[in-house]
Write a protein that binds this ligand. Structure first.
Ligand code: TRP
Length: 435
């Protein structure tokens, strides 16, 4: 539940549908499905297996499976880069999540007749962005302070079913509106001319890695909390299936919603034919769509942005957990103190981004997700397939999964993480350099 909560977030509900829409709809959907199962799932397994074996934060875990002084230094580098990267990811994630909170409060302010407040909530500005980012970080810190059993798991298992429920209700509603079927068609009927587009592959790969929270040690930490009695390949496939499933379902909401907005006169395409960019679309097009629904739109907006806030929160706690686990286990800090200090540090970076949004936001997003994350995914595969002893890997998988040695997973997975994964990640990484 906790790992699925981490995986499901802004990446699924916004990132995936937007990517799908700007990359030929169904063509992206199929490519994404292929890459998610064939590459991201094996990489997810690498992190879960290392994590459960080591039962420790990412640096200690990677050091534990190192074979000599050189690989131990490499372990510090990879684990450390992961901690740094996830902190930067959280710093921009908290800003976008703050918008979700503001737009969740907007319908409440309207219902209370506070039009001026509603206007402030929905207008881009440093005060609004800063305050809501801080509010979101405070919530995240609060949950993390309670620890994994009491905090993360309790919240994730409460919030996830709610999230799926709201999502399904919204889909049913949106599909009854004019224009929705055009969106569904764009999403499900492939435009195969797009398959040849190299950008499609790069986007699909990046999306899969971001969506499954890979490379930075998030899943490694969660793996370290999984019981030895649990069947890892099964647990991992459930997380991947749920994550991919929610992305696919979210596509059925967002694409039709966009075309409903288009039918209602809202511009969803830029003059050059590309879609209005990521976060901007959520906070410009969707509220207009909800607004056009009349009074019921207030409740739809409320439900939608509550859903986004919930999804962001179960992801952000999984991010903050990475540096906090390191501070607790490695530096011997008390958990509450570590959560406060690290959280404050991330909020500080976040505030810098809010105050210098124009160059910094894109810079941090691109560096963290397009450069650092793929590179880290590559290193994790190297660790599990080339550095860690094969029999130790098998021994870890066999715990909770007796007979794993003769199972399908063990027949395919080791070769995948040894050759296919690193190579594919490297290709994508080099491609992203060219852009
Ligand atoms: N996977 C989450 C999403 O789709 C975001 C996320 C959580 C993440 N933890 C992460 C992304 C670690 C990268 C690294 O929104």
């Amino acid at each position: 539940m906790a790992a699925s909560g981490s995986a499901v977030g802004l990446g699924n509900i916004w990132g995936f549908p937007t990517n799908a829409a700007s990359n030929g709809g169904a063509a992206f959907l199929f490519t994404y499905l292929l890459l998610a199962f064939a590459l991201a799932y094996p990489a997810l397994m690498a992190e879960l297996i290392i994590g459960r074996h080591a039962r420790a934060n990412s640096i200690a875990a990677l050091q534990g499976i190192s074979r000599g002084p050189k690989t131990r230094v490499f372990a510090i580098f990879v684990g450390g880069l992961g901690i740094l990267t996830v902190s930067f990811i959280l710093s921009f994630y908290a800003i976008v999540s703050g918008w979700m909170m503001a737009f969740f409060l907007d319908p409440i302010a309207r219902l209370a007749g506070a039009e001026q407040l509603a206007g402030w909530l929905t207008t881009d500005g440093e005060w609004r962005n800063g305050l809501f980012m801080l509010g979101f970080m405070a919530l995240t810190i609060h949950i993390i302070r309670a620890g994994v059993r009491d905090g993360i798991e309790r919240w994730a298992s409460r919030l996830m079913p709610m999230l799926i429920g709201i999502l399904l209700l919204l889909i049913i509603y949106v599909l009854t509106l004019p224009g929705a079927m055009d969106g569904l068609r764009a999403y499900l009927v492939p435009d195969f001319s797009q398959i040849a587009n190299p950008r499609l592959l790069v986007d699909a790969m990046g999306q899969a890695f971001f969506s499954l929270s890979l490379g930075v040690g998030t899943m490694l930490i969660y793996g370290s909390y999984i019981s030895k009695r649990e069947n890892l390949p099964v647990t991992g496939s459930l997380v991947a299936l749920l994550d991919i499933g929610i992305a696919v379902i979210a596509g059925m909401l967002i694409l039709p919603a966009m075309y409903v907005a288009l039918a209602g006169g809202v511009e969803i395409f830029n003059p050059d034919g590309s879609l209005v960019a990521g976060p901007a679309l959520i906070v410009s097009v969707l509220p207009e769509l909800f607004g056009a629904m009349g009074p019921v739109g207030l409740f739809v907006a409320l439900a939608f942005f509550l859903l986004m806030t919930i999804a962001s929160l179960t992801s952000s706690i999984s991010m903050l957990e990475v540096p906090v686990a390191f501070a607790v286990e490695y530096l011997g800090m008390a958990r509450g103190r570590a959560a406060m200090l690290v959280g404050a540090g991330v909020a500080g970076i976040s505030l810098l981004i809010v105050l210098n949004f124009d160059p910094l936001f894109d810079l941090v997003v691109n560096w963290a997700t397009e450069v650092s994350q793929p590179l880290l995914g590559f290193f994790f595969c190297i660790f599990v397939a080339w550095i860690w002893r094969r029999d130790a890997v098998l021994a870890e998988i066999t715990e909770g999964a007796p007979g794993a040695q003769s199972g399908l997973f063990w027949k395919i997975w080791p070769l995948y993480v040894k050759f296919v994964c690193p190579l594919a990640i490297l290709v994508v990484f080099l491609q992203s350099w060219n852009w």
